[in-house]
Ligand binder design. Structure first.
Ligand code: SF4
Ligand code: SF4
Length: 282
């Protein structure tokens, strides 16, 4: 049996495993406490809409924003209750009360997904076995291949947005030693985690005077969080990494250059280096 580097059974596309999670397994909801659950931007949009609250309220009430000086970008983690078992705020005696919108890690469990350090495959999958989880030996176990598990748990719906997230978080900018300053960390957070605040930023400031966004897309972004999230990823890739994903308006580039030139003049007088963003790319 092939194992991954943590000793769990490695899952190839055609490996079959058995699992059955249900109330009778004897460990019902044991996995819904004292656990670190990273929330992707897509998770956040789905859950905050399920709860009917704006993103900034959801983030404040249900998540934490760990701060660590070595972090490349901000992350959001589900905040567990402050009780002895550190239970998830969404767990009840009947199970998860946001089940249809439960986060990606809750759907994947007990399957794990990691980057392949050798680069030979896209991802490495493995089957996690924990003592507290009786689902591997429960009476109603079913056999799954990896693909069947991803289908069964609704994980295919996450693929588009997980790929967009990876284009930002796994960007070569970071491998080359790029660091986001405080302002860019804030941009990152607003554009893809705090989507309702991002909508205000796009539609209630001079943002659309600075960037070309066609009217049909603007209308879609106003009404559809997922389209706004797609745009948030595009805007981050342009703003943080200089990718060609959003087009700034010519007059905005001109104004930017004039401002940057004036600032550079002052910097040159002070002996500081040239760091003009848009200007440098020409
Ligand atoms: S979100 Fe639902 S499935 Fe995930 S830990 Fe909380 S209660 Fe459990
Ligand atoms: S079987 Fe495993 S996944 Fe299901 S409730 Fe029990 S501990 Fe959680």
């Amino acid at each position: 049996m092939a194992k991954d580097n943590t000793g769990n059974m490695k899952l190839e596309q055609d490996t079959t495993f058995k699992f059955g999670c249900n109330k009778g397994a004897g460990c019902f909801t044991e996995c819904c406490g004292d656990v670190i659950i990273f929330l992707s931007p897509y998770d956040i949009v789905r859950i905050k809409n399920r709860l009917g609250m704006p993103s900034y309220e959801f983030l404040e009430k249900y998540t934490i924003l760990p701060i660590h000086k070595e972090m490349r970008f901000p992350i959001r983690i589900l905040k567990m209750n402050d009780d002895a078992k550190k239970r998830c705020p969404f767990v009840t005696d009947d199970g998860c009360n946001i089940y249809d919108e439960r986060p990606w890690p809750c759907r994947m469990y007990p399957v794990t997904e990691d980057a392949d350090p050798s680069g030979a495959t896209d991802k490495i999958y493995a089957l996690l076995r924990e003592d507290r989880c009786k689902g591997h030996d429960s009476a109603n176990c079913q056999a799954y291949t990896l693909g069947q598990w991803l289908d069964n748990q609704g994980l295919r719906e996450y693929e588009e947005f997980n790929a967009l997230y990876a284009k930002v978080t796994d960007n070569s900018y970071f491998d080359a030693g790029g660091v986001l300053n405080e302002q860019k960390m804030h941009m990152f957070h607003t554009a893809i985690y705090d989507i309702d605040r991002f909508r205000m930023f796009v539609f209630e400031t001079k943002f659309l005077k600075m960037y070309e966004v066609d009217e049909a897309r603007q209308e879609k972004m106003k009404a559809d969080d997922m389209e706004l999230l797609r745009f948030g990823f595009d805007w981050l890739r342009f703003s943080l990494f200089g990718e060609d994903t959003v087009k700034p308006r010519e007059e905005a580039v001109r104004e930017f250059k004039q401002g940057a030139d004036a600032a550079q003049e002052a910097k040159e007088k002070a002996g500081l280096p040239d760091d003009r963003g848009w200007h440098k790319k020409e």
